[in-house]
Design a binder for this molecule. Structure first.
Ligand SMILES: Cc1cc2nc3c(=O)[nH]c(=O)nc-3n(C[C@H](O)[C@H](O)[C@H](O)COP(=O)(O)O)c2cc1C
Length: 525
C-alpha cells in the first residue's frame, strides 16, 4: 500500500495533466456516443462547446454595440438600471441613435410647454400620474377602480418567478401606488405585501380551480372576499409570446407550496390547455365576464395578443348591443416575454404591439366603444418615449414585465426556461434567490417607476399637454424617409384616437375611486 502511495506521490504535475487528458480522450473516442465533434476531435472538441456556451456573455459584454441587442439593448437596460438605482440616467453629447432611421418615432414638442402652477399635483409629486379612466365605471361595477399609476407590473406568476422576486415586486408597487398582476400561477403569499393586485388566470384556472380542473366561482368569490387588495380580475385569452399555446407544468416542479397556491396535486403533471373550459365562444365569454363581475363586484378584463379580428368584431357588436362586456382590455405585443416558449411561437405568432393595438383599437372605435374600455398595453413599452407613443395610439395604462424584472436585477441572461436564472429572479432555486435583498429591490422597482413616470410627465408637458391621455396621433410622427414623407401616426395607422374625457390632474387626485377605494392616499415624491 505504502509503495502504491509513494508511486502516486512521485508523479509530477505535468504527468497528471497528461493522464487526465488521456482519460478524456479515451472517453471521447470509445465511450461517449452523443457528440460527433468530440469523438472526431478528442479533447479539442470540448473547446468548441465551451466557447459556444459562453458566447452570449462574450458578445453581450465585449462585442455587441450599444443599440444592437434584443430584446433590450444595452442603452435600454442601462437606463432602467440607472433609474432604478437613482443614479444619473442621462446621456452626454447627444443621441447615439440614427434618428433618420425608418420607424424612428418623433414626439412633436409645443412651442411653449405646458406650465404647471405651484399647487398643481405634479408640483407636489413629480411622478403622480393616475389612469384617466375608471375601470368598471361604465358597467357600474360595485367596486370601480382607477389605477393610481399608469405604469404597472404585468402578469408574471409565482412559479415562473421566485418567491423573493414576487415579494420585491409587490412591495415595490406599494411604494409607488401601482398594481401588481399575479400572472396565471394563482395568488401567492408573496403577492400579499400591501400592493394593489390584479388577479389574472388562464386556462388552468390556478388559484380558482375546481376539482375537475375547470373554473370555480365559489373559489373566486372567496379569494376576492379574503383579499380586499385585489382590485380587478383579468382573464387571459392569450399572450404575445405564445398565443394559443397550452402548456404542461411537470409534476416534478409542483412542490407543496405551489400545489396549495394553484389548487393542484403535489407531484402530478398539470395541463394548461390551449382553450378555456368556462366558455367556448364570444357570447359565452361576455356572459362569463358579467358573471364574475356580478359575483365579485370587481372590474373584469381580458388579455390577448392580436392577430385575426373577426371575433373582436363580434365582441364589439355584442358590447354595443347589450351594454355588457370587459371593463378593460390588455393588448400584448408579439414581442412580449415569457418564462418559456417555442421560438416558432415567440418569433412568429401574433402581431407586434403597434400593429396589433392599432387594429384592435379601430374595431372598438368604429363602434363608439373606446371610452367605456380601459386599454392597457404591454410589449416593450417600459420607456417614456415609447409610452408616449402608446398613449397617442389609445392606451390608458402600461404594463411592464421584463423591464420590471431588470429593475430588480435581471441581467437578460435569457435562461428563464432553465431554472438557472443567475439573478435569482426567474428560478425556484433557493440558493440563487438568496442573493435577492427584498427591501433594496422593492425600492429599486419603485424608483424605476417613479423615474419613468416623471420623465413621461416631462415629455407630456413638452408636447403641451397636462396628462399623457391627451396625446393624440398628430403628436407623434413615424419616420418613413425624408421629413416631408414622414407621416404623423394618424396617416400611418389610419385612425385618430378618440379623446379621453379628462378635466385635470387635480380631479384625478380627488377621485374617490383612485386606487380602488374611497380613502385618499397621500402621494409623496
Ligand atoms: C417570466 C415571465 C412570465 C410571464 N408570465 C405570464 C403569465 O403568467 N400570463 C401572461 O398573460 N403573461 C405572462 N408574461 C407576459 C408578460 O406579462 C407581458 O405581457 C410581456 O412580457 C410583455 O411585456 P414586457 O415587454 O414588458 O416584458 C410573462 C412574461 C415573463 C417575462
Amino acid at each position: 500500500m505504502d509503495n502504491f502511495i509513494n508511486a502516486i506521490a512521485s508523479i509530477s504535475w505535468w504527468m497528471w495533466i497528461i493522464i487526465i487528458l488521456l482519460i478524456v480522450a479515451i472517453r471521447d473516442i470509445f465511450f461517449q456516443k452523443r457528440h460527433t465533434i468530440s469523438h472526431n476531435f478528442p479533447i479539442v472538441g470540448h473547446i468548441r462547446y465551451l466557447l459556444e456556451s459562453i458566447g452570449p456573455e462574450m458578445r453581450q459584454y465585449f462585442v455587441a454595440n450599444n443599440r444592437e441587442e434584443l430584446p433590450f439593448n444595452r442603452i435600454e437596460r442601462s437606463w432602467i438600471y440607472a433609474s432604478a438605482k437613482q443614479e444619473n440616467n442621462y446621456e452626454g453629447f447627444g443621441t447615439d441613435r440614427d434618428i433618420y432611421a425608418h420607424q424612428h418615432i418623433f414626439i412633436n414638442n409645443a412651442m411653449m410647454s405646458y406650465k404647471i402652477e405651484d399647487n398643481h399635483p405634479n408640483s407636489i409629486d413629480k411622478s403622480f400620474i393616475p389612469c384617466a379612466k375608471v375601470m368598471g365605471a361604465y358597467h357600474k361595477r360595485r367596486k370601480p377602480y382607477r389605477p393610481a399609476s399608469i405604469i404597472n407590473v404585468s402578469a408574471m406568476s409565482f412559479g415562473s418567478l421566485s418567491a423573493k422576486a414576487v415579494e420585491s415586486l409587490n412591495k415595490g408597487v406599494k411604494i409607488t401606488d401601482a398594481y401588481h398582476n399575479t400572472g396565471e400561477g394563482g395568488l401567492s403569499p408573496y403577492h400579499k405585501n400591501g400592493g394593489d393586485v390584479v388577479f389574472h388566470f388562464g386556462t388552468g384556472y390556478f388559484g380558482v380551480r375546481a376539482k375537475d380542473g375547470g373554473f370555480s366561482m365559489e373559489k373566486m368569490i372567496k379569494l376576492v372576499e379574503d383579499n380586499p387588495f385585489i382590485k380587478a380580475i383579468e382573464i387571459k385569452l392569450s399572450q404575445g409570446a405564445k398565443p394559443g399555446k397550452g402548456g404542461v407544468l411537470p409534476g416534478a416542479k409542483i412542490s407543496h407550496e405551489i400545489a396549495e397556491i394553484r389548487g393542484v396535486e403535489v407531484g402530478k403533471d398539470v395541463l394548461s390547455p390551449p382553450n378555456h373550459s368556462a366558455f367556448s365562444n364570444v357570447p359565452e365569454l361576455v356572459g362569463f365576464i358579467e358573471d364574475i363581475a356580478e359575483q365579485t363586484g370587481l372590474p373584469v378584463g381580458i388579455k390577448a395578443a392580436i392577430g385575426k379580428l373577426e371575433q373582436w368584431e363580434e365582441l364589439a357588436d355584442i358590447m354595443k348591443k347589450t351594454g355588457k362586456g370587459p371593463d378593460f382590455i390588455t393588448v400584448d405585443g408579439g414581442e412580449g416575454g415569457t418564462g418559456a416558449a417555442p421560438p416558432s411561437f415567440a418569433d412568429h405568432v401574433s402581431l407586434p404591439w403597434v400593429y396589433g393595438f392599432g387594429d384592435l383599437y379601430k374595431v372598438f372605435q368604429n363602434k363608439g366603444l373606446t371610452n367605456r374600455i380601459v386599454f392597457i398595453g404591454s410589449g416593450k413599452l417600459g420607456f417614456p418615449a415609447k409610452a408616449a407613443m402608446a398613449f397617442a395610439m389609445g392606451v390608458d395604462c402600461i404594463n411592464v414585465a421584463r423591464e420590471a424584472m431588470m429593475s430588480i436585477g435581471c441581467i437578460q441572461a435569457q435562461i428563464c426556461h432553465t431554472n438557472r436564472c443567475p439573478s435569482g429572479i426567474a428560478t425556484q432555486s433557493k440558493w440563487l434567490q438568496n442573493g435577492i435583498n427584498v427591501p433594496l429591490k422593492s425600492e429599486r422597482l419603485a424608483q424605476y417607476f417613479k423615474s419613468f413616470k416623471k420623465e413621461l410627465i416631462e415629455i407630456t408637458h413638452a408636447a403641451g399637454h397636462e396628462h399623457p391621455c391627451q396625446f393624440n396621433m398628430n403628436d407623434i410622427e413615424v419616420n418613413v424617409d425624408d421629413h416631408n414623407l414622414s407621416q404623423d401616426m394618424s396617416s400611418t395607422y389610419m385612425y385618430d384616437k378618440t379623446n379621453v374625457p379628462f378635466t385635470s390632474m387635480q380631479d384625478l387626485k380627488d377621485c374617490i375611486f383612485l386606487g380602488g377605494n374611497s380613502e385618499q392616499k397621500t402621494h409623496k415624491n
